[in-house]
Design a protein around this ligand. Sequence first.
Ligand code: ATP
Ligand code: MG
Length: 432
Amino acid sequence: MQKKIKGTNDILPGFLGEGVFVSEFWQKIEEEILNIAGLYSYREIRTPIFENTEVFVKGIGDTSDIVTKEMYTFSDRGDRSMTLRPEGTASIVRSYIENSIMKKEPISRFFYGGPMFRAERPQKGRYRQFHQFGVECIGGDSAKYDIEVISLFWILLSRLGLKDMELVINSVGNTQSRAVYLDKLKIYFKDKLDGMCKECKDRYEKNILRMLDCKVDGCQDILNAVPSIIDSLSQESKDFFNGVKDGLENLGIPYIISNRLVRGLDYYTETAFEIIHGGIGAQSTIVGGGRYNDLILQSGGNSVPAVGAAFGIERLLLALLDEGVISPVDNEPFYFIVLLDKEMEADAQKILYDLRLEGIPSTESDGSRNMAKQLKLADKSGARFAVFIGGDEWTASSVMLKDLKTSKQNEISFKDSDPLSVLTSFFKETDK
Ligand code: ATP
Ligand code: MG
């Protein structure tokens, strides 16, 4: 038997799938995503699933976890190095520059969604193909855009019904103030490294800021006493961070500050933030984002400030299911055709087609001739009414309907009209 690749998932309809991997839950989230994007006037951007490897190496940073160990990189037939996208921002920045979008509008507000690929150790909430929804607000250097992005996610999660959520913010400063801080970290960790994990030792050499993100128990005491980045910030960065805090307070969005929040991508400047949820174990970060004022310049464009964020749909669903606040979208049919007379197969097919043409969700059985079996399937389908085609009532010009919720039967005559008109009017008159 062929098996799916480790760390990937089949998302199946509700009666076949379970938990996070039920397509009607995904549709619910996608519906809310389109709603919130509309509310905030963000427009969709779709970039290719794979790009030249350089797009990600330059964009995400060659010392980041993603680039050093998580990318799916391969050579194509012309021996060019390609990579399946591990995140969205680098591709969007590539597209922004390539399409000269900065010449077309001062502020661009984009949203995107789709599969991302990272070679990580699969576990609950962490997969090799996962799905993100994200937004980018490109062109504005004011803290009000940071607030806009944060509040968009805050409202989205609130509208979905999530309660246990916490916004965590920090500032990682700009290049200059970060350099000052990195020197402080070098001094602080120098004589403590022996007692730290292998990864911390490695990061000390390659990307010292990322040491703050270590989750290993034995390192926590040392990490908790680390000098705060805020003290090293330039006055400008401090003012900017205060602007973000004031903006959040103005909207009434609660936050906590964590000086250890540095995020996994190298491109952040100034604001970094996460929204976390308590109930889903180790993978508690649902949304991650921040400002990236240097990325567009570094990627070959003009100096254009920007801020963005993204969440993993699987993780959000884990959180919503943990709180029991999500219900699947309703894809259930209104009519289920039960064929009582094999001779009327063609009539039944025509009625089914006409119902669909009228925009009335309808389905039929698997061709089984036994009425009891057909009704069982009708129940399973979630349909509201079974429509019996054939039989004595039909011969006497009336259609029998069975309410599948109450089991009440209902006979409607089509003597003065036709079955389709009767079924169409009944659909319109019934409370959905
Ligand atoms: P983590 O610290 O959990 O590895 P990250 O810093 O790599 O997260 P980002 O690259 O900022 O995360 O991605 C934003 C969001 O995308 C995460 O908060 C999470 O919801 C989701 N995400 C990231 N990696 C995965 C994955 N491998 N599987 C499922 N969801 C993921
Ligand atoms: Mg990661």
